[in-house]
Design a protein around this ligand. Structure first.
Ligand SMILES: [Fe+2]
Ligand SMILES: [Fe+2]
Length: 160
């Protein structure tokens, strides 16, 4: 892989590699959140998004095929950090707080994912990679939809 980025395409390839790690971290965190959450409807949100996350990883695989490059994992310290903070708060919180704690952690991950996809879409679009843009946009739309659901649920719970 590159040690120094010289053009947007190299940067995009690097970010796609980081997105592979990001989705893997996200899937693993969703499992932990499902386990920690107390209400069935919150657990169900994590299960549903875990299914979408698997599709998102497949979309990333298709993007690597489209670009005719091999998928190279790059680090994703942001999602790792959010997962670590979430686990720590889960350990420290009373069961009655766990729906809220897990929803916050999930929401933070969604925001990181949204920003990552938006950046990659801008670069891919500028490079004229329309199939890549389409696959990235599918992922972005799922993240945005999930983010809204999580936020709505968090607001409802907090107001209760
Ligand atoms: Fe995702
Ligand atoms: Fe997500």
């Amino acid at each position: 892989m590159f040690e120094h980025f010289e053009n947007p395409r190299e940067l995009l390839e690097y970010r796609l590699g980081a997105a592979v790690s990001m989705e893997r971290d996200s899937l693993s965190m969703l499992g932990d959140l499902e386990e920690a959450a107390q209400s069935e409807d919150v657990k169900q949100m994590y299960r549903h998004h875990a299914d979408e996350t698997r599709q998102q990883s497949q979309n990333l695989d298709r993007i690597f095929e489209e670009l005719q490059i091999s998928a190279a994992d790059q680090p994703s310290p942001t999602t790792k950090g959010i997962a670590r903070e979430g686990s720590s708060l889960i350990r420290k919180s009373e069961p009655a707080l766990l729906d809220m704690v897990t929803l916050s952690a999930a929401l933070e991950t969604e925001h990181a994912e949204i920003a990552a996809y938006q950046s990659m879409i801008c670069t891919a679009d500028a490079l004229g990679l329309s199939n890549v843009v389409q696959l990235l946009t599918e992922n972005l739309e799922q993240e945005e939809h999930t983010s809204k659901e999580l936020y709505d649920k968090l607001r409802t719970l907090s107001a209760a």
